[in-house]
Design a protein around this ligand. Structure first.
Ligand code: CP
Length: 308
């Protein structure tokens, strides 16, 4: 039977907390979970969910993944816990890690996530910060692997804001050797430190391109990926960003400039008719809902690796 390995009791704060080999092992486990060919029991294990921001997919996929493993989750947010009152992270982390076997945290600053990890005696998982969304990237590349099998033949073009999702695609793409192009308006490039770290991992410099010239990023692309232009916490920037991102909507015209076998990804939730049109989300090229489903299978595999 396929066994989880290598990630036992480790934090998953960044895509870079895994290696290519470990990611491929997670994908193999996820495939087996998805095909119902694997049964791993994590009876009595408890995953704490600490969510400072809203979530549908991440919360529910972790809850169902834990339930399928025979474990359970505890869902905390600032309103219903003492977190909103300003209890120090180092106190919350030390207490929660005495009750729970791992904690998945969605918060704003990566430094706060790192603080949880510093004080928690159990593994901490990044369920999204402003800097990274590594669980999302795992599901994204798993979805790409299901479609194209060989990462070395894939060109992934991300169109939009150089946000946490773009950062994690860059880092995970670098680990897997996938060609990644980020097409964004000027001023919305991904995090510089993330790009530098990725460039050190890539054996070939040409495999990572950051450009403001959207048209140049489309030919040969097998995956077009987009995300909202204004992330959670950026509500006051919506008006200006909508203007700045004019021309970056993923529509049928953009689709026609990519490779014939192109698939469309979006981490959701989407603002239909802003960053992506209805016809593209609902087209035959879309794998957006498979991608959302895969969050659950991949996180089930990640949890199995962390717990056993
Ligand atoms: N993609 C994603 O993280 O979705 P939620 O915000 O619904 O969790």
């Amino acid at each position: 039977m396929l066994k989880p390995k290598n990630l036992y009791s480790r934090d998953f704060l960044s895509s870079l907390d895994t290696s290519e080999k470990e990611i491929l092992n997670i994908f193999e486990l996820a495939k087996n979970f998805k095909n119902k060919e694997l049964n791993i029991e994590l009876k009595d294990k408890v995953l704490g969910l600490v969510f400072d921001k809203s979530s549908t997919r991440t919360r529910v996929s972790f809850q169902v993944a834990m339930s399928r493993l025979g474990g359970t989750t505890i869902d905390l947010n600032p309103t219903t816990s003492q977190i909103g009152r300003g209890e120090p992270i180092k106190d919350t982390a030390r207490v929660l890690s005495r009750y729970c076997d791992a904690i998945a945290i969605r918060t704003f600053h990566q430094s706060d996530l790192n603080e949880y990890a510093k004080w928690s005696s159990k593994p901490v998982i990044n369920a999204l910060t402003d800097l990274e969304h590594p669980c999302q990237a795992l599901a994204d590349f798993f979805t790409i692997k299901e479609e194209f099998h060989d990462f070395k033949k894939v060109v992934l073009t991300f169109i939009g804001d150089g946000n946490n999702v773009a950062n994690s695609l860059i880092l995970c793409g670098a680990l897997l050797g996938v060609e990644v192009r980020i097409a964004c308006p000027p001023g919305y490039e991904p995090d510089k430190e993330v790009v530098n770290k990725a460039r050190k991992l890539y054996k070939n410099d040409d495999l990572l391109r950051i450009t403001n010239d959207l048209a140049s990023a489309l030919p040969g692309a097998n995956v077009l990926y987009t995300d909202v232009w204004s992330s959670m916490g950026e509500e006051n920037k919506k008006e200006i960003k909508d203007k700045d991102f004019s021309g970056f909507t993923v529509n049928s015209d953009l689709l026609s400039q990519a490779d014939d076998d192109v698939i469309i990804l979006h981490c959701l939730p989407a603002y239909r008719s802003k960053e992506i049109t209805d016809e593209v989300i609902d087209s035959n090229n879309s794998r957006i809902f498979e991608q959302a489903e895969n969050r659950m299978h991949v996180q089930q595999a990640l949890l199995a690796c962390l717990f056993s």
